[in-house]
Design a protein. Structure first.
Length: 259
């Protein structure tokens, strides 16, 4: 309750509680305390995880995460942040899915939990995602240095050309997050971050929906309506403020120059 009054976000409170619960659990297992008091809390008493759409990275957090990822996940982190791909889609990417000429990522398959490249779950997932120039540059460098760089080879693979796998990818991502000193972040947070960037840049719901591979624009709207509305009202507010009060500021400037 004190954390909520302080203004802490729901996801932040949850992350702190999970850390404390783990520490108490270790103390209980090693005999330092009789039992883990966190385990006796009811479902209602435990901090809620919050809605995923409430968490996306700020520009400062993005910079910190990319910097921290240079040693542990130099390609994974920027690919997730600036493509909005699902983890399964990223793991399923091969070099032939990257069109450097058209500057786009062609999502055509995904990686199963069994380590097999399989068809996408829906036709909406089949899409072309914009590829920013700097990310393309990083991909080119990675391909040159990669042991497995043929068209059909996986981009995110292990040392023998097979998939890196969900567990290792998530561990690499989590290591970068820890080093960046940010909390409440998972690979899926990157997907929300990419959506928030597009919306902040003024892209419409249809474009954002297509980039994310949603089955309908309604899905996109329902998840990100608060961001679309905030952008819409902010733009309108700026226009109306200027229309109503811009002349006052201009008049003051003119008077200052004339004095």
């Amino acid at each position: 309750e004190a954390q909520r009054r302080s203004g802490a976000a729901t996801w932040s409170i949850r992350a702190r509680w999970m850390g404390l619960r783990g520490l108490l659990g270790h103390a209980a297992r090693t005999g330092r305390i009789v039992a883990n008091p966190a385990d006796v809390l009811t479902q209602r008493e435990r901090p809620k995880p919050g809605r995923p759409k409430d968490r996306f990275l700020s520009a400062r957090e993005i910079e910190a995460l990319i910097s921290a990822a240079q040693e542990v996940a130099p390609l994974i982190v920027p690919m997730l942040l600036f493509s909005g791909l699902r983890v399964a889609e990223l793991l399923g990417l091969t070099w032939e899915d990257i069109d450097f000429d058209q500057r786009e990522i062609r999502v055509r398959a995904q990686m199963s939990r069994k380590g097999k490249r399989v068809p996408l779950k829906s036709s909406a997932g089949r899409r072309e995602v914009v590829l920013m120039d700097e990310l393309a540059h990083r991909l080119r460098k990675h391909r040159i240095a990669a042991r497995f760089s043929a068209s059909a080879d996986l981009i995110i693979g292990n040392g023998v050309g097979r998939t890196l796998g969900y567990t290792r990818l998530r561990k690499s991502f989590a290591s970068a997050v820890d080093q960046a000193g940010i909390v409440g972040v998972t690979p899926h947070t990157s997907r929300h971050t990419f959506a928030s960037i597009l919306i902040d840049q003024g892209r419409d719901v249809e474009f954002v929906s297509q980039q994310l591979g949603h089955s309908s624009t309604k899905t996109t709207w329902d998840i990100y309506v608060h961001l679309f509305r905030a952008r819409e009202h902010a733009d309108a507010a700026r226009r109306d403020l200027d229309a109503a009060f811009g002349r006052i500021l201009r008049g003051a400037d003119d008077q200052s120059r004339g004095s």
